[in-house]
Ligand binder design. Sequence first.
Ligand code: CTP
Ligand code: MG
Length: 230
Amino acid sequence: MGVVALVPAAGRGERLGYGMPKALVPVAGVPLLVRAVRGLFESGCVRHVVIAAPPSDVDVVNTVTAPLAPAGGAVHVVPGGAERSDSVRSALVHALRAIPGTTVVLVHDAARAFTPPEVVRAVVEAVRAGNPAVVPVLPVVDTVKEVDAGGLVVATPDRSALRVVQTPQGFDARVLLRAHEAASSATDDAGLVERLGVKVATVPGHQDAMKITTPFDLAVAEALLAGGGA
Ligand code: CTP
Ligand code: MG
């Protein structure tokens, strides 16, 4: 059963404010995208990766990621789109057209560059066990409030029933294609699949799979690396 990882990496990284696309920002000299793709291959269950790159950086992304592919595998690079979901859709369409036997797909943010390979394996195993959609999750540590447009609290959801969602998210490839054909936008791919009425399963995520969004997150990643973590 072929597992192909789609890596949306075409964002501008505006909240990080580094002056270049976030995927190319180095941590200890190694771009986030390179770390993310390396982690996928290190899981041992991914042979092909399709990266949605910033359209003006397709060549440089090709150059830095092509050497990461294992024997019998490859890195494919396509231009990303205006929204994350456009980038995922482009990568998915490429995978289904160009990589024979694509039955399971992972969608993994380049910004989650320090995701441990065991999280990748857990997601793939859960899809292989028959779940059409799988997301890694963590418990919510803060109490969460729902507020109205004026900032007044309207509800306090039961925290024990809430989860923070990470990537890689794993899917039956045909289910993800149907979800992307049916809807245009969501903050994660499982959200699109939920709208089809398909059940989404969860597996334990990991703190190191945090999304690098702000300069604070980058500082945390650098500190973890310096301390021998991540
Ligand atoms: N992404 C993408 N195509 C887009 C927007 C985002 O492939 N049009 C990717 C990003 O490169 C990132 C992931 O989706 O790997 C999650 O997005 P986010 O963390 O929001 O990254 P950016 O959009 O780059 O950051 P910002 O929103 O701060 O500009
Ligand atoms: Mg964004």
